[in-house]
Design a protein around this ligand. Structure first.
Ligand code: PLP
Ligand code: ZN
Length: 430
């Protein structure tokens, strides 16, 4: 039997995004139907996805998740996606390793258990595949034919690849001066790539104008008009960390900050697991990590401010170089509420930390991973992070994307003629 599909105020037919029940304003709480909107019509506050989460026996839900696919889709009952999401063409990201980092722990003096959640192995080698996969489902549900974004680099590649797999067109926007690795990765999937002469914040402003213009009609910008859905993908980091710890909350977690979205949704994910009875309700602390050359949230945290004053970024950690982070105030709330902190490290310490992680654990992180490891070390030095507690540090991207950061200080130990005499003279045989 056919019934007329109910429509949203914008005229889009009602959509199946699984347990997502609507959008709610993070400032005033006003509810809206699911649609490609991102700001509250009453107070202009940011919107987020509200759910009808599965009620009932936590043990059953845990079993259902554990028997699901080895990707983020094992958590489909907690995400704004249709139940059959895993059967649609997509990159199936997630379920990345939680590495017990005993060698790094020894170097940093952590005794309570140190883990690296290593997201470098995602399909396009950064955590961005998690968020883009949610935005892709929203784009399909709302009938968009072009997938787009403003990007500091990793997002452009993730959108290009996801669109290619899904058979959608993509057109992505980046600052013109990004690392070569990120430009190549953004271009290779065959979508359109536009370099903008300006900073990321200029790119973002440009994209907001494009959305309001007929030029951008039919375009789903994953981090603008699809942002409420996109952002939910970061919850999967929280889910995976807890499941991989044996359905247990970590005591402390160190998260990089660009716009701050990831950090706020990791907190949301942890709170959901508690509410659903999937983990025991215990205190946890969330720490934010920035590069000194782009540290607006860290500066506000240290000054005791509630507002974040924008900065002009100048750091090698380009994936985190957002000078005016949209979720900055929410990050401040979460760091303060959980008893965490926001800290920053300079570029030299970022490079040292990349090498430290590579040398101790065999994990080659991009600059964002250098930021989290460097900040972890600094937080231990300042006493803000307790080395006797279980700590998870995020590595959100692959070092092959930011070779420029370490290339000047990394190279062969020596170069010799192909002879045993030359090798003996080099003094490397023990
Ligand atoms: C985008 C990104 C982040 C976090 O971004 P948010 O905007 O704070 O969610 C972290 N690490 C890497 C490598 C990224 O590309
Ligand atoms: Zn509102």
């Amino acid at each position: 039997m056919q019934t007329a599909a109910p429509t949203t105020p914008s005229g889009t037919p009602s959509v199946d995004l699984g347990p997502a029940a609507g959008l709610s304003c993070r400032e005033c709480g006003e509810r809206f139907p699911l649609g490609p909107i991102f700001a509250c019509a009453h107070c202009f506050g940011p919107l987020e996805v509200a759910y009808d989460l599965p009620a009932g026996d936590p043990e059953q839900l845990r079993k259902r998740i554990e028997s699901g696919p080895a990707s983020i889709w094992r958590y489909a009952p907690l995400l704004p996606v249709p139940a059959d999401v895993a059967d649609k063409p997509n990159l199936n990201p997630g379920w990345t390793p939680l590495v017990k980092a005993d060698n790094l722990a020894r170097e940093l003096g952590v005794t309570g258990g140190l883990y690296v959640k290593d997201d470098s192995g995602n399909p396009t080698h950064s955590f961005k595949d998690r968020v883009v996969a949610q935005a892709l489902e929203a784009a399909r549900a709302f009938g968009f034919t072009t997938l787009s974004c403003s990007s500091t680099g990793n997002l452009a590649g993730a959108v290009g690849a996801a669109a290619a797999r899904a058979g959608l067109r993509s057109c992505v926007f980046i600052p013109h001066d990004l690392e070569q690795g990120k430009v190549v990765m953004a271009a290779v999937y065959g979508g359109d790539l536009v370099g903008i002469e300006g900073t990321y914040d200029d790119v973002n402003r440009f994209c907001s104008e494009l959305i309001g213009d007929p030029l951008g009609e039919g375009w789903g910008f994953v981090n603008v008009n699809l942002r409420p859905y996109y952002a939910e993908g970061s919850k999967t980091l929280a889910y995976e960390i807890c499941e991989q710890l044996g359905w247990r909350l970590p005591d402390q977690i160190v998260v990089p900050i660009a716009s701050g979205s990831q950090l706020t949704k990791i907190d949301k994910g942890l709170r959901e697991l508690i509410a659903l009875g999937l983990v025991e309700d215990r205190p946890y602390k969330i720490f934010g990590a920035q590069a000194e050359g782009c540290s607006p949230v860290s500066a506000a945290f240290k000054a005791g401010h509630d507002v974040v004053r924008p900065q002009k970024p100048d750091t090698i950690a380009k994936s985190l170089a957002i000078g005016n982070p949209a979720d900055g105030p929410y990050v401040l709330d979460i760091a303060r509420r959980t008893g965490g902190a926001v800290e920053d490290v300079d570029d030299a310490r970022i490079v040292d930390a990349i090498k430290l992680l590579a040398r101790t654990e065999g994990i080659f992180a991009e600059t964002a991973g250098g930021v989290t490891v460097g900040v972890t070390r600094k937080l231990i030095e300042t006493g803000a992070l307790d080395p006797a507690l279980t700590t998870v540090v995020l590595n959100t991207g692959d070092g092959l994307k930011t070779l420029d950061a370490v290339a000047p200080t990394t190279g062969p130990t020596t170069t010799i003629r192909p002879s045993l005499d030359a090798f003996r003279d080099a003094g490397l045989a023990h």
